[in-house]
Design a protein around this ligand. Structure first.
Ligand code: ZN
Length: 281
């Protein structure tokens, strides 16, 4: 099942179009997707009836991020060994967790203004939480996940590696967190622990990996983070990127105005985002 925000309203996508959840449920469920994540089991039970509702056509430009200002957006650094090597950092012995601030999240087919001359791409599997995860054991972790989506952890390497380590700011410029194109619910993902992920810049394949190569898989990440603070319904985890980012190339390569970053994960679709020049200096 595909859960999306269409013109800001929570919707189910089918081959016939988009079904507005609030209207089809006669107000039983909200148009706000975060409220749906907080009633996830109830929503899943109602979904077969909702899928009988009237579908309206929609286009790419109508799709927003399938989350809306979540409480937490965690991200994982250095979670693929080959990427850790390409950026010249030792493989971590515990997950390297940082945050992207929620206001950086944006729609799957958006533009982002380049914050400098060292802005990089990172395709990532994104996990969206359903029920609150608090001290969750690894074996129970997947039962706290609503579904999966594609994310781009767009990164300003200058700010990221600035004195003092400004990881979170370097990854939180405006529109540096496209997610989408929709949330694919977990029941529709055959093997969530092993999905191919790829990223192109202007149709040149830059990243080509598999999520099974993660050092810390999704259950480990949920368990480790929920030991420290609870994960709430609709929270997001960017699970790290694989080899092939611009900073790891020799010579390094970064995004220029007009470049289009296209990201794909097996079974989850594709998103594409265009880099544009900063509109203010
Ligand atoms: Zn990343």
């Amino acid at each position: 099942m595909k859960l999306a925000r269409v013109n800001g309203r929570a919707s189910l996508l089918t081959s016939d179009g988009a079904i507005d959840i609030e209207k089809t449920s006669n107000g039983q469920f909200s148009e706000h997707v975060q409220e749906i994540y907080s009633r996830w089991d109830e929503f899943l039970a109602a979904a077969p009836a909702l899928l009988e509702g009237a579908a309206a056509p929609y286009g790419e430009a109508d799709l927003g991020s399938p989350v809306e200002m979540p409480a937490h957006v965690f991200a994982i650094g250095l979670n693929y060994g080959a990427h850790a090597t390409e950026v010249g950092v030792e493989i971590p012995t515990v997950p390297t967790v940082f945050t992207k601030f929620p206001a950086t999240l944006t729609s799957p087919f958006s533009e982002f203004e380049l914050s400098g001359d060292r802005v990089d791409w990172e395709v990532e599997l994104v996990v969206v939480i359903s029920k609150r995860a608090d001290f969750v054991a690894m074996e129970d972790a997947w039962s706290h996940v609503a579904g999966l989506a594609i994310g781009q952890d767009i990164s300003d390497r200058t700010m990221q590696f600035a004195a003092g380590g400004q990881f979170s700011l370097g990854k939180s410029y405006r529109d540096y967190g496209p997610i989408g194109p929709w949330l694919t619910t977990l029941d529709d993902v055959e093997n969530p622990d092993d999905l191919s992920l790829r990223c192109w810049v202007n149709d040149e394949l830059m990243q080509d990996g598999r999520t099974s190569s993660m050092i810390y898989g999704v259950p480990h990440l949920i368990s480790a983070i929920s030991d420290i603070c609870p994960l709430l319904p609709g929270d997001v985890i960017f699970t790290g990127t694989c080899k092939g980012t611009g900073v790891g190339l020799d010579p390094p390569r970064f995004l220029k105005p007009g470049d289009v970053v296209r990201s794909e994960i097996e079974g989850l679709g594709q998103i594409h985002n265009a880099a544009v020049a900063a509109r203010r200096s």
